[in-house]
Design a protein around this ligand. Sequence first.
Ligand code: CP
Ligand code: NVA
Length: 304
Amino acid sequence: MKDFLSISDLTPEAYDDILTLAARMKRQRSAGIPHPYLAGKNLGMIFEKASTRTRISFDVGMHELGGYALYLNSKDTQLGRGETVPDTARVMSRFLQGVIMRTYKHETITEFAKYASIPVINALSDKEHPCQIMADSLTLKEKFGELDGLRIAWIGDGNNVANSLIMASVQTGMEIAVSTPKGYEPDQGAVNFAKENGGKVVFYDNPVDAVTDAHAIYTDTWISMGEEDIKDEKLKDFVGYQLNMDLLKKAADDAIVLHCLPAHRGEEITDEVIDSMQSGVWDQAENRLHAQKAVLVRLMNNEL
Ligand code: CP
Ligand code: NVA
């Protein structure tokens, strides 16, 4: 595997291997044991959109692996003045040993990867957020021991995070129970990938039916980056899809609440839920670091 652009790039074995390596490096980090598997390597981090977690976790992750991370706001590079994606990919491949990219269009990342001779990692596009789902899988594995057989409810917008989660049903054996308003269903390509490869994805009109018997309830913002101009319209369409205490009570007592963050408290999730004992969101955020370090090592160090 050269790149990590989509959850569908991973075999079940590669998926499991990344989670195992992530858990090992998490233990090493907490025991103060150095693990400089990427000493001397340089990672470019190209961002078209804002980021807190992704940027910090990749930057700190590279530092902890003994490498260097270079933040590149795409507007401040010649990309912002029209230098082509293929030319940029060719040039960056001469300086760097890996690139992460957060873009509006997924095709920008796939085009970059096509012309880059170095590994390229999707750090979020309009279609997918695969690094997020690796971190969430680590979080679920820590809590429940194994992923196979878990039922994860997705409530709200069928967005990039939902698409990656649905695809991950193939490698993990998790069942994804989706409830979105009409017109906001997840990407058909992601659903087809799951269905054609033995993944389990089920759809419910009523969020209550989706959360029933769920081990985790996952939601995300109703207004993703780049959708600010349709905010008013979307807010109206999502009435009834808020993750609040009434909905949480319908799930098992030990079900955990997931949210990739940033949260829009009072919209898709209430304070009471995100701050409850069942909230797994802070572990999820921390696990971005551990899961992504494992992805970086697997793509950028062929000897380990
Ligand atoms: N969850 C996530 O990707 O957060 P950031 O947008 O802060 O990177
Ligand atoms: N769906 C959100 C995720 C943010 C991490 C977005 O694309 O803005």
